[in-house]
Ligand binder design. Structure first.
Ligand SMILES: [Zn+2]
Length: 369
């Protein structure tokens, strides 16, 4: 039995039981036990996660890590620097390196993005919130994009590496059209110059999803400008990579592209394709998922600068749905919890709690990004 007091400040004291190669997540963090200290450190702006775990990004060990000075930042004050005695490197324990903002900025940006606000609007909201708080923070749309991309990057890697306990025998695949216009902010500024620029160029993107039927975890989401069978194929490939197992059955609607795409990857897996007429509720769970993402950021008549921008927002929504959003039919659990992914879920889990957990997890696994 490890003494808790001792566990929380392990940096200067080498510990035998906490070396970085231990792959069992259960003794990595105990959410109930550490939640109080975690919340405290979060509020005080400290960067350590839960039990104060800091792992060397090179060797993944904890027992050789020492505090080594601070880094001074304009918006966030002093940030603790760490060093590894073994690897002789210096590092920070921060997922958002290069953008040093107070925690609330990241939370606000990601929350607003999931709720469908434009990047420029998000930046405005943050800047006026900073004035209200009397804090010296000012961000641009470009910073908003950087924060969104970095969040997705870390959580993608975590999704890929995190072990899952449950396997779903049945997957559902479906696609949904997403209208978007390429009208950008420059157009808005010159709107009055000519009547023509008021005309928006509307296009359709196709979002193809793969969902685990039992736990409703959305394994993959592929965004494309054309409705082609390779979308379904890429979505299935991505789903296999993240699930780390194959399904026994894949359900889809009457669209032949799905059958072709699934068969291209899973040659021996049965594909059950039925039209709406044949079986109305055949793929109802993935249809519900599409409704949910529409009620969030992917509202109709949304403006996206590009398909990449649409994709990043759609991914944030997917991650939010999988990891953070309590699901009524899963007893208030999010799908990732139901799928047996270990992370410190609790009601009101924040983006930074999730991202920091993922970040420390990856460092421990020596998959630092
Ligand atoms: Zn090291």
């Amino acid at each position: 039995m490890v003494d808790n007091k001792h566990r929380r400040k392990p940096r200067r004291t080498p510990k035998k039981e906490a070396h970085g190669r231990n792959t069992s997540l259960s003794n990595f963090v105990n959410p109930e036990e550490d939640y109080a200290s975690e919340k405290k450190s979060y509020e005080s702006g400290a960067i350590d996660f839960a039990d104060g775990s800091v792992f060397c990004p090179k060797c993944g060990r904890q027992d050789e890590v020492i505090e080594r000075g601070v880094r001074k930042t304009k918006f966030r004050g002093d940030i603790q620097r760490y060093g590894c005695k073994r690897c002789r490197i210096r590092f920070l324990n921060e997922p958002f390196a290069h953008t040093w903002f107070p925690d609330w900025v990241y939370e606000r940006v990601l929350e607003d993005a999931v709720n469908g606000l434009k990047d420029s609007q998000i930046a405005k909201n943050v800047n006026s919130e900073a004035i209200r708080r009397k804090e010296n923070v000012k961000i641009s749309s470009k910073t908003v994009i950087n924060i969104k991309e970095r969040a997705v990057e870390i959580l993608w890697e975590f999704e890929l590496r995190a072990p899952r306990k449950e396997k779903a025998a049945v997957w559902q695949i479906d696609d949904t059209p997403q209208p978007y216009s390429k009208k950008n902010e420059i157009d808005q500024k010159t709107r009055n110059d000519s009547a023509d620029s008021k005309k928006e160029e509307w296009r359709f993107a196709w979002i193809t999803n793969v969902l685990e039927e039992d736990d409703r975890y959305c394994l993959a989401q592929v965004t494309s400008e054309d409705r082609i069978a390779t979308n379904s194929e890429s979505a299935i490939r991505l789903a296999l990579l993240r699930a780390k197992y194959g399904p026994q059955l894949v359900k889809c609607d009457g669209y032949k592209g799905h059958v072709k795409g699934v068969k291209a990857v899973l040659k021996h897996v049965e594909v059950d394709s039925r039209t709406k007429k044949e079986d109305y509720g055949h793929i109802n769970r993935i249809e519900r998922y599409h409704q949910t993402i529409r009620s969030l950021a992917l509202k109709k008549r949304r403006h996206f600068r590009s398909i990449q921008s649409l994709n990043i927002t759609a991914e944030l929504v997917r991650l939010y749905y999988n990891f953070m959003r309590p699901h009524k039919s899963l007893n208030g659990m999010p799908p990732a919890k139901k799928a047996g992914i270990e992370y410190p879920y609790h009601e009101g889990l924040t983006w930074l709690e999730l991202i920091r957990f993922a970040f420390v997890f990856l460092r421990k696994q020596r998959n630092s990004i």
